[in-house]
Design a protein. Structure first.
Length: 240
């Protein structure tokens, strides 16, 4: 696995980013080639078409579209990691542009019991983001996860036994008001809450969620949520 140093331009924190490895249909491990020395870019606006990169399998030469590598900094910024461009394949070598999903995310050592591998839902639409969050909540152990056919005025996207969840698929970071509205809805219903976002969170939203003990997750386009605060780490460790 290739690793590069990354410095967050927002908080100046240093990270060691390791590129994710996906299985090519031929079975060979495949990873986007990182561009060393190139500056990372904070994601403040998303477009579905621009969040995929072409990757060539070194084993069979197959070209496929994979999610653009991203890093979620603890400060709340979501950073796009630059990759080396790959020449587009010819017509004969062209393959399906459907990305191959990773098999699972690693489990924390503190998990009380092993869970089965999490199988995410690749995100291409806002509806996919809600579906991916629903799968993740079920994987954590929540029962009776329900996704309404239409989004209600309360903006609650998912309900489960003792829980409500909101999924922000907007291209801007989730704001303070969104976190507070979720908390108020949970308070009135006497349930817990959890937030999922595609573009990360503003510093104010992150600080408020920490104070209210609301788990915050960021999802990349593979549909794999990553915890960004301590309540989310605890939820991942213990499950529902």
């Amino acid at each position: 696995m290739e690793s590069v140093p990354v410095r967050c331009p927002a908080c100046r924190r240093d990270h060691a980013y390791t590129t994710p490895v996906y299985p090519c249909p031929c079975g060979a491990p495949t990873a986007p080639p990182l561009l060393r020395g190139a500056p990372v870019t904070p994601i403040t606006h998303r477009t579905w078409n621009d969040d995929w990169v072409t990757v060539r399998c070194r084993g069979c030469g197959r070209h496929d579209q994979w999610p653009q590598p991203e890093l979620c900094c603890p400060c709340g910024a979501v950073l796009r990691i630059p990759v080396r461009p790959v020449a587009a394949p010819g017509r004969e070598g062209r393959s399906s542009s459907r990305p191959v999903r990773p098999s699972h995310i690693p489990l924390p050592r503190t998990a009380p019991a092993p869970r089965p591998p999490f199988r995410p839902l690749t995100i291409r639409t806002a509806r996919d983001a809600v579906g991916a969050a629903a799968l993740y909540l079920k994987w954590l152990g929540y029962r009776d996860v329900v996704q309404p056919a239409e989004r209600p005025a309360s903006r609650i996207d998912l309900r489960a036994a003792g829980l409500i969840a909101q999924v922000d698929s907007a291209t801007r970071p989730t704001a303070l008001r969104d976190v507070e509205c979720l908390w108020l809805n949970a308070l009135s219903a006497s349930v817990s809450s959890v937030f999922f976002s595609l573009a990360g969170y503003t510093p104010e939203a992150r600080e408020r969620a920490d104070g209210l003990r609301i788990p915050l997750f960021v999802m990349d386009l593979t549909g794999t949520p990553q915890p960004v605060n301590s309540p989310a780490d605890e939820l991942l460790s213990t499950g529902a």
